[in-house]
Design a protein around this ligand. Structure first.
Ligand code: ADP
Ligand code: MG
Length: 321
């Protein structure tokens, strides 16, 4: 017997290094008419490097102490930023203390107890203006309860502390993460990630396939987002998004009648992957949750495989009668 078109398409997708989870998933890929893309780990390599370490003068920490402290809190995290911080600390030969009570908050950062003190590493508005006893947890709670707070712009977040402003200015389009100890800001780290070489061609291909340039949805700061958007020809850029903001953006586009293909890699992307008409996860550095939630997984880590499988699906659907 000849193989049904959608099953042959799944086999072909496999040759492109994409694991499509079902015939229905294969079919839906070809129905999409708009792509929404995550930035970090999707359009970029997802292998950032620490490019700046800035302890606050009052913190009593030098660069190594700040980096070591952040690395200790980040050691259990699977986030690309966490891995970069740990790698940078190891490259400097720093001792990384074993953390306790580790908690990761998707799209925001991490908290842990390091040598008896509570350490937070993450977004400015999450760790800032919380110079209270249990600062970090209070920050998380506040951001969750007041939505406007969670979507506060980078300027607003940076204004609340001089260090943030300096780190942002010095590293213009870098990702800046803030470090607190016992709720008090002690410094910031700047990280930069390289664009995937295939990113501009892939966004152009997705634009050709859908007739609309993809939308960029990222949890990172606006400047880092704009840098990537400019390099990939995208104009609809939404930055500083929390995981729930990414889902809302996808839902909003779908409520407006679009069938959205969402491509992402992180735990923070899982809700958007689930909400989208079709969700594709980048597999190499992808979090387990993203891989489980997605309709398809790009196992070979080639971004060009995404438009390729959309084409395979369209061809297969024409053959299904
Ligand atoms: P993206 O949408 O670009 O993939 P995320 O949603 O994973 O990014 O993260 C958004 C922001 O939250 C990061 O730019 C960073 O400021 C902060 N963040 C998330 N996880 C961590 C972490 N493990 N350590 C430090 N900061 C983090
Ligand atoms: Mg990501």
């Amino acid at each position: 017997a000849t193989m049904p078109p959608l099953l042959s398409a799944i086999a072909n997708a496999g040759r492109h290094g994409v694991l499509v989870k079902s015939a229905v998933a294969m079919e839906r890929l070809g129905e999409i008419d708009l792509a929404a893309l995550d930035k970090t780990g999707t359009l970029t390599e997802g292998a950032p490097e620490v490019t700046g370490v800035r302890p606050l003068p009052d913190s009593g920490l030098d660069e190594d102490a700040l980096l070591g402290l952040a690395a200790a809190a980040e050691l259990p995290s699977e986030h690309p930023l966490a891995r970069a911080i740990v790698t940078a600390a190891r490259a400097r030969g720093l001792r990384i203390a074993r953390a306790e009570d580790f908690t990761a908050v998707p799209g925001r950062g991490v908290t842990a107890t390091v040598e008896g003190r509570s350490v937070g590493v993450g977004r400015a508005e999450t760790v800032h203006s919380d110079a209270t006893v249990d600062g970090w947890s209070a920050g998380v709670g506040r951001a969750e309860t007041t939505h406007s707070d969670a979507t506060a712009g980078p300027a607003e977040a940076a204004d609340s502390d001089a260090t943030a402003g300096r780190a942002d200015a010095a590293d213009s389009d870098a990702t800046v993460v803030h470090v607190t100890r016992d709720g008090v800001p002690v410094g910031a780290l700047a990280l930069t990630d390289r664009l995937r070489p295939a990113a501009p061609a892939t966004t152009a291909d997705l634009t050709a396939l859908t007739g609309t340039a993809p939308v960029l949805l990222t949890g990172d700061n606006a400047r880092a987002a704009v840098r990537v958007a400019e390099a990939t020809g995208l104009t609809d850029v939404r930055a500083e998004l929390l995981p729930e903001d990414k889902v809302n953006a996808v839902r909003e586009l779908q409520d407006a009648g679009r069938k959205v293909l969402f491509v992402g890699d992180g735990v923070n992307d899982a809700p958007a992957l689930a909400a989208a008409h079709s969700g594709v996860a980048m597999g190499r550095a992808g979090s387990d949750l993203a891989l489980e939630t997605a309709d398809a997984v790009v196992v070979r880590d080639e971004l060009t495989a995404v438009p390729a499988v959309v084409r395979l699906s369209r061809t297969a659907r024409r053959l299904v009668v």
